[in-house]
Design a protein around this ligand. Structure first.
Ligand code: PEP
Ligand code: MG
Length: 324
């Protein structure tokens, strides 16, 4: 069976009825990037930059960040690389002093894009490094924990300012860099129409979206099955986001753990999802599952998916959608 998977390295991720699905990789390490490239990933869909800030006492400077981002872009040889601005919060204990200590509720605290906007000098350094790396290949910038339009406007203003500055200094940066928002705060999903005109792409972060939507801590094991994407609210909201993005012609992917679990592939395909981002370790397995499905059949079952009333109903739906 391993051998059969191995053979899929050079095969397209194409449904039985001939629709190509894009599989991006969530990658952090050099090994992840090499593996993603070897397995034919469409690009990097999520590069979390937190690790650059962890396990050290000083913030990474522009040069260090620039080299990391540039090497990533070069390593993917022309395929799109999506780099997320730092998503630190009190839950990830950095020693640089960037994230606040002892927040009463770190998941709802000063994290992600909120922290970047609160520390403009830290954001400026990261944006300078990212924009400089954009001169070496296709790079997109992804913003974590977005909850409203003003945050995206704030980052866009800073990007415009920093770009002008960099060009003035003689750096060859990309003419335009795509800016995307993570959809992981329910407010952003519900009010997507209020800022969709100022984003170039979207990435649904189901790890946090499920947590906030169901008020179920993603790391609290006592909650057991309460923390699950198999809830009608999650399904409806995701389906809404995907539909709105597609109506606008904006690429939308799912980059949470849900995308990397092949069990959920039929559900995501039925919702209309055409881009997944997952750890390279399960990329071939997902490719194999997608190749076994008929997309038109699944899309035809989206109505019954949306009518499922509980977890059991969603599980029955998934069972009925096993490929023949
Ligand atoms: C998510 O929330 O689904 C996500 C991909 O981001 P992280 O796991 O880093 O919070
Ligand atoms: Mg998240």
């Amino acid at each position: 069976e391993r051998k059969q998977l191995h053979r899929l390295r050079r095969e397209p991720t194409r449904t039985r009825d001939g629709v190509d699905i894009k599989l991006y990789a969530n990658a952090e390490s050099r090994e992840d990037v090499a593996e993603a490239h070897a397995l034919g990933a469409a690009g990097i869909g999520l590069y979390r930059t937190e690790f650059l800030y962890l396990q050290r006492s000083e913030l990474p400077d522009e040069e260090e960040q620039f080299r990391a981002y540039r090497d990533l872009v070069l390593g993917m040889t022309g395929r799109t690389v999506t780099i997320r601005t730092v998503d630190l919060g009190a839950d990830k204990a950095d020693r640089t002093g960037l994230a606040l200590r002892d927040e009463p509720n770190p998941a709802m605290g000063l994290r992600g894009i909120r922290l970047s906007l609160a520390r403009p000098e830290v954001m400026e350094t990261q944006l300078r490094a990212l924009l400089r790396a954009s001169g070496y290949g296709p790079l997109r910038i992804l913003l974590p924990m977005v909850s409203d339009r003003a945050e995206i406007e704030g980052v866009r203003r800073e990007i415009a300012r920093v770009s002008t500055e960099l060009r003035g200094e003689g750096h060859a940066i990309a003419d335009a860099v795509d800016i995307g928002a993570m959809i992981e705060v329910p407010a952003a999903a519900i009010a997507l129409g209020s800022f969709i005109d100022i984003v170039d792409f979207l990435s649904i972060g189901t790890n946090d979206l499920v947590q906030y939507l169901l008020a179920a801590d993603r790391i609290n094991e006592a909650l057991g099955e309460l923390y699950t994407p198999l809830h009608p609210a999650v399904v409806r909201l995701m389906r809404d986001v995907i539909r709105q993005a597609q109506a606008r012609g904006i690429p939308v992917s799912v980059c949470g753990e849900m995308a990397g679990d092949p069990v959920f592939a039929p559900l995501l395909l039925a919702m209309g999802l055409q881009e997944f981002s997952l750890h390279p370790g399960t990329l071939l397995e997902l490719r194999q599952v997608i190749r076994a499905h008929d997309l038109a059949t699944l899309r035809g079952r989206c109505g019954s998916l949306l009518r499922a009333r509980d977890r059991a109903g969603l599980e029955r739906w998934m069972e009925r959608c096993q490929p023949a």
